[in-house]
Design a protein. Structure first.
Length: 302
């Protein structure tokens, strides 16, 4: 099967931003771009469907408009257009299974950083077996790079350094899929990888066999050692990736959201487990998705 990055298209500005983000990622991977638009026949078409146009025709036109916009920006990229007569969640989950990555658009929260994650995006993120990236409306190539010097034309922006990739790391359950995704992304973008680990010194987090709780400096040193140990094999595998570690005490969600300021991409994990009420995203990933200042990749793992 042809390697590709998939993007969900619904005609909205946020889905167009997702398509352009996916196109840039596909080019870096040397892969194709697959644009997926899900539509379901209804006796009464949605108000967005013009009079005299069938629902399928409107779906095809929506895809064509997105494809033309992406093709104008990236003439050499192979683009596959796929209208799917299926529910959006089912269609996007099927697309994710076949793709290296699925990219979805999300409305930005008015006036502040973060995303307004709709029910479709949230269900797809919670159930996808492949990584899913959420991109805010208005996100562009310029946002992925550090500020270019004056006089640089838009088509030269990609030559300026790429902003950091931020990885939220839990040393208690380090996940190969999550770490590898982050290193691979940093390598493809020629970006630095900033690894953020947050710990709590509360008694509930002390080891059961520890008779005397460690002091602040001792506990910090222990967590720093754990981070270095977890990353060592990956630093050896990806020697070209510059890595910085940040280990802080505090609330994990707050510190990760703070770290996303000025980043190109935040990477968080989602455990593939079934909760009592069904698959869920997890509190940390949920917080980052809603408040991050950059696109967010959610990587499923065991």
């Amino acid at each position: 099967m042809l390697r590709h990055v998939a993007a969900g298209i619904d005609g909205s500005p946020e889905s167009l931003a997702a398509a352009h983000w996916a196109a840039r990622d596909a080019l870096r991977r040397g892969a194709a771009l697959r644009l997926v638009h899900a539509w379901e026949w209804r006796p009464r078409p949605a108000p967005s469907v013009p009079m005299g146009v069938s629902q399928r025709e409107w779906a095809e036109q929506t895809l064509t408009q997105a494809s033309n916009s992406v093709r104008a920006a990236h003439p050499g990229l192979r683009i596959i257009e796929e209208p799917v007569s299926q529910s959006p969640v089912a269609a996007l989950l099927a697309a994710a299974e076949q793709a290296d990555l699925l990219v979805l658009g999300s409305r930005g929260l008015s006036g502040v950083a973060g995303f307004l994650v709709g029910s479709v995006s949230q269900r797809v993120v919670a159930r996808s077996t492949s990584p899913v990236v959420l991109v805010r409306v208005g996100e562009s190539s310029a946002d992925e790079h550090f500020s270019a010097p004056g006089g640089v034309s838009p088509d030269e922006i990609s030559k300026t350094p790429y902003r950091d990739i931020v990885l939220g790391l839990d040393t208690g359950r380090p996940c190969d899929e999550l770490i590898e995704f982050s290193f691979e992304t940093a390598r493809r973008c020629d970006a630095s990888l900033r690894v953020v680990h947050v710990f709590s010194a509360s008694p509930a987090h002390e080891a059961a066999d520890r008779l005397v709780p460690q002091s602040g400096p001792e506990l910090l040193a222990e967590h720093e050692h754990a981070v270095v140990a977890a990353l060592r094999p990956w630093c050896e595998k990806f020697p070209e990736v510059a890595v910085t570690e940040t280990v802080v005490e505090g609330r994990t969600a707050n510190e990760l959201v703070r770290a996303t300021s000025g980043a190109a991409l935040a990477v968080v994990g989602r455990r593939t487990r079934e909760a009592r009420l069904g698959t869920h995203i997890g509190s940390i990933a949920h917080a980052v998705l809603h408040h991050a200042g950059c696109p967010v990749a959610v990587v499923p793992h065991c």
